[in-house]
Write a protein that binds this ligand. Structure first.
Ligand SMILES: CC(=O)[C@@H](O)[C@H](O)COP(=O)(O)O
Ligand SMILES: NCC(=O)COP(=O)(O)O
Length: 259
């Protein structure tokens, strides 16, 4: 079974655009869990552009209350700074069920590549061990669209990881293009090589209701998908009609004098 972990970063983007507490990240996460989502993901960035440390603490509480997976993503090599204690410290503080390590930087608009396990392996190994000692399952963000000799995904196992998360941005870009099947078969091959090395397989980035079905149909054994950007955007479309009707009802009631 593939579990769905909803990434609520984008709720925090909206909240931070005005200051204050609305929309409320915890309330949004609660709505996702009440609808049946299997877990919650956040990827706090050191520049606090969306999820902040206080959100991490609150969501850790919420996921504990629901007894579901909390998946905390981040770059373990980014140094702490005011308001961001560092990824490993955050994991120590909240003990997420899953820690997903991602090699990103502040200058990146969003995550756009996985680790080079051969180059980064030595640095990753002690961090993976430390996170596992906190009781976290550890997943490493991995490229899957490159040729096998480049991605070397199976080397994630030598870092001590439990899982890899296939970076699905390149699949989302190829979706509907002539090379979609070829790209998807690279993902299927990477997932199979990871599985053969004893790694579980997660996937995420730019997955959506449009492209998810064909991805899961083409890549066997995906244990978890984490989805945020498209899901929150789609939720606006799905929720706008009911919300507008709610406002119109309030205006009509006020005009009738029973508002
Ligand atoms: C690792 C990954 O693909 C997601 O966490 C993605 O990075 C979302 O982060 P942003 O919401 O900051 O784009
Ligand atoms: N790990 C991927 C994730 O959490 C969500 O990515 P996206 O759907 O916001 O692109």
């Amino acid at each position: 079974m593939t579990v769905l972990s909803v990434n609520v970063n984008k709720v925090a983007v909206l909240r931070n655009s005005r200051g204050g507490g609305e929309p409320d990240v915890v309330q949004a996460a609660r709505a996702c869990l009440d609808a049946g989502a299997h877990g919650i993901t956040v990827h706090p960035r050191p520049d606090a552009r969306h999820i902040r440390a206080d959100d991490v603490y609150a969501l850790a509480e919420l996921t504990r209350e629901y007894g579901v997976e909390f998946n905390l993503e981040g770059n373990p090599f980014a140094p702490p700074r005011p308001g961001y204690p560092g990824f490993v410290t955050l994991c120590d503080q909240v003990r997420p069920a899953q820690a997903t390590l991602v090699p990103d930087g502040d200058a990146q608009l969003t995550s756009d590549h996985g680790f080079d396990f051969v180059r980064d392996g030595e640095a990753l190994r002690p961090l993976v061990a430390e996170l596992k000692a906190f009781g976290c399952r550890v997943s490493l963000f991995a490229d899957a669209h490159t040729v096998p000799e480049q991605s070397r995904i199976e080397c994630a196992a030598e870092c001590g990881a439990d899982r890899v998360e296939l970076y699905t941005g390149p699949y989302a870009e190829a979706f509907g293009r002539a090379d979609e099947a070829a790209v998807l078969s690279r993902f299927a091959g990477a997932a199979a090589r990871a599985g053969a090395a004893g790694l579980g397989v997660n996937a995420g980035h730019d997955l959506s209701q449009a492209n998810l079905g064909r991805f899961l149909g083409g890549v066997a054994g995906v244990q978890e998908v984490s989805i945020g950007h498209a899901l929150i955007g789609e939720a606006l479309y799905a929720g706008l009609a009911a919300t507008v009707r709610g406002y119109l009802a309030i205006i009509a009631a006020a005009e009738r004098g029973d508002g």
